[in-house]
Every structure is written in C-alpha cells, then in structure tokens.
Design a protein around this ligand. Structure first.
Ligand code: ATP
Ligand code: MG
Length: 393
C-alpha cells in the first residue's frame, strides 16, 4: 500500500475564491489550464466540488510529471497527492495506516468531511475513530490548533478521498482571466520576467520583438523565439511578432541628435507595437523597464516615451532591482537564454551618452524630419508572426 502511488490530486486555490461573481469563470479557466498543462499524462477527469479541484488519475499516470506541470499553472495555491479508495471504513483506515510511516510527526489532526450525507458514519464520529487509530499507530498526540500534520478524509458519493501533505503551488490568477496584453520582448533579462509577472496576474501575453536583421545577425530574434517558447509553458499558446527595425533606426541615426536616439527608438517601438496590439485585441502594452536602470528609463524619459502611447504601458518591474529581476529569471529558467550573446537592435547605433532627460520639444523637432506614419507602416507590414504551442517544441 505505501508503495501505491496516489491516484488523485486535490488542488486548492485562494485568491480566486475572493473574486465573488467572477468565481465560476476563474474556476472554469483554472480547470481548463490544468487540463492543458497535463494533456496526455493520464488525467482521467477533473471535477470541482466545493471550493477545490480534484484530478482523477488513470492507473499508470505520469505522476511526477503531472506534479511538475502543476507548478506552472497560475491560480493554484497548493495541491496534495490524494488516495481514492472505496468508502468502507476499513479501506480508509488502511490507507491512513500506509501514510503514517512516511514521516514521523508529533501532533496531528483529523479532518473528515462527509460530502455524501447518506454515508452511515458522521464526520465527528469519523474524526474520533480515525483519530484514535492514528494515535495508536503513530504515538503522536491530537492537536486541533496547531497540528504538525492534518489527515483529510472526504467522503464523496462513491469513494473516499484521503490526503495529508500540501505542496505550494505558484499562486496568482489563472492565465486568461485578466485579458490579453502585448509584451515588448527584447532578448534581454528583464522583459521575459515582466511577461511572466503579468501571466501570473492572469494576463494572456502576446510578444513583439524588434530586430535589426539583416543589419546585424538574427541572434536577438532567435533568443526572443527561445524565450517565448519557454514562457509558453505558462500559457500554452503564444504568438511572437518579429518587427524589422533596422531601417527605422537608420533613419533616426541620420536625422536626430545622437543623445536622443534611444528615446526615439522606444517611441517608434511603442507606435508599432500598438498597431500589432490592436490586431491581438490587447488591452495594454508591457515592458521590462525599471526606474533608473539605464538612461532611457528615467521618469522624464518614460514620460516622453509614454506620450505616444494610446494604450496603458504596464511595467511590472518598475520598482525591482536588477538582482531581484535576475533571481526571478533564474527561478523561471529564462536567465540562461537571456545571457546568451546577441546583437540587440538597440546596441546598434547606440550613442555613448544617451540623454537622461530628453526634452519633448527636441524630440518633436527630431521627429518632424521623419515620415512617422510611413515608418510605422513599414514596421507593421514587415512583421513575421510565429505561433508556439505548449508541448510542440
Ligand atoms: P531587457 O532586459 O528587457 O532588454 P533592458 O534593461 O535591457 O531590458 P532596455 O534595453 O532599455 O532595457 O529596454 C527597455 C524595454 O524596452 C525592455 O524591457 C523591452 O520591454 C523593450 N525593448 C527593448 N528592446 C527591445 C526589442 N529589441 N524588442 C522589443 N522590445 C524591446
Ligand atoms: Mg535590452
């Protein structure tokens, strides 16, 4: 019995439980995301009775892989391996007995719930009988307030569900419930982390990368592809728009003062990204900017960039330190991809001393010499789109 792998999983969510009227929608999305994440791993069915989700596993289901996948399903607060047995009292006792030797514990609590009210033994009586049984078996004492272990027994209509350990899930909101956003993704460290943060808040992210190929190698574009593929594990389906940006940069370089270049690049990125965001139905743009990290990210320059934005620009890393961003990048596995060498479009034609406070009039003067609409159109029309589906690497 102790060698018998769990044949179910109980998944708990917390944040979404707070969302009142939206709750059924959140739960439905969470179930759908769990389904997507565990496709072809032997999940037989998923049910959602009373405030939690239960996965029924087929015999021989890929248990460890399923648990690994749940770690990237946002909205899961915690999950427990669970054993589904017949509802007979002996079978329940036997299952609990098998769970005891795993780890020693000094105190415990029984938590029985009778979902099926026709079950002959009432919850209180189950708690008492099973409690005595565990006391005898383990030598541990009952502690209702602060137990080291809780044994859950739930009586479903035809089966009993028994579980004890809780593992932390990633938390957050299920991807899809907060609406679509369009991320400006470079090949760098920050923008993939920013994208991850918003997925964790329930947004579906589509990606836009600006490259200067063929002025430089395709390295940054390929990195963006690799990053998007990696991040698709959290949302199951992604689109990456690759925008040719070399010509825009070339024209900015020939007509604008060097110190203004970076801010001008960013304004064009926002204008083009916005057009693509409209196609995607995205409600906001998303960047990896954080105050003061580089010259283009002072409050003054952020305001100058934002002047051309019709959509809100989300900057989830705005108050993060670089080392904090790197920690997340390492946790989610984007870091090794991001630090591969590339030729980022913005390092091409980058001036040695970018303006820390670009003045709006100077920017407007510089842009007056450019065919703004024409350049935006060129970017949008030159786009190459690629789709990514989870598990299709
Ligand atoms: P990152 O690590 O995300 O590249 P960074 O610290 O290097 O950020 P910048 O290069 O100033 O900062 O870029 C600021 C933000 O502008 C990025 O986080 C990203 O959202 C966007 N961005 C920069 N370059 C590109 C690009 N080539 N394609 C798409 N978005 C870009
Ligand atoms: Mg960068």
């Amino acid at each position: 019995m102790s060698k018998m792998p769990p044949n179910s999983l109980v998944v708990h969510y917390h944040e979404i439980a707070l969302k009142g009227d939206n709750r059924p929608l959140f739960v439905r999305q969470l179930i759908e995301n769990i389904q997507q994440a565990t496709l072809r791993l032997g999940v037989q069915k998923i049910v959602a009775p009373r405030g939690r989700i239960i996965l029924f596993l087929e015999e021989g289901a890929n248990w460890t892989e399923i648990v690994g996948r749940l770690k990237s399903v946002f909205g899961i607060a915690n999950y427990s391996p669970a054993w589904r047995r017949s509802t007979g009292y002996e079978a329940i006792e036997e299952t609990i007995a098998a769970l005891i030797p795993e780890k020693a514990f000094a105190s415990f609590r029984m938590s029985a719930r009778r979902g099926d009210k026709s079950y002959p033994i009432r919850s209180q009586e189950l708690n008492e009988r099973l409690g005595r049984f565990v006391e005898e078996k383990s030598g541990a004492r009952v502690d209702l307030e602060n137990p080291e272990r809780t044994f859950h027994v739930e009586i479903l209509p035809r089966e009993a569900l028994i579980y004890t350990e809780k593992h932390r899930g990633p938390g957050g909101l299920p991807v899809g419930v907060s609406g679509p956003v369009a991320a400006l993704i470079s090949g760098g460290i920050d923008s993939p982390v920013a994208s991850y943060q918003m997925m964790k808040r329930g947004c579906t992210v589509s990606f836009i990368h600006f490259h200067s190929y063929p002025f430089v190698t395709k390295a940054s574009w390929e990195k963006a592809e690799e990053l998007v593929e990696h991040l698709t594990a959290y949302q199951f389906h992604s689109r990456l728009y690759a925008v040719p940006f070399g010509e825009v940069q070339r024209q900015i370089v020939t007509s604008a003062p060097p110190a203004l270049r970076v801010v001008l690049y960013r304004r064009f990125m926002v204008r083009i990204a916005q057009e693509l965001a409209r196609r995607e139905g995205a409600k906001a743009l998303l960047t990896g900017e954080s105050v003061g990290q580089v010259a283009s990210q002072t409050l003054e320059n952020l305001a100058v960039i934002e002047e051309v934005a019709a959509l809100p620009i989300l900057r989830p890393l705005i108050g993060f330190n670089k080392d904090e961003i790197i920690t997340v990048a390492q946790e989610i596995g984007t870091y090794p991809i991001s630090i591969q060498p590339d030729q980022d479009c913005c390092r091409l034609f980058i001036p040695p001393h970018p303006a820390v406070r670009a003045r709006l009039e100077a920017i407007h003067q510089a842009e007056a010499k450019l065919d703004i609409d024409g350049l935006v159109k060129m970017g949008v029309e030159g786009v190459v789109m690629r789709e990514f589906r989870f598990g299709e690497g």
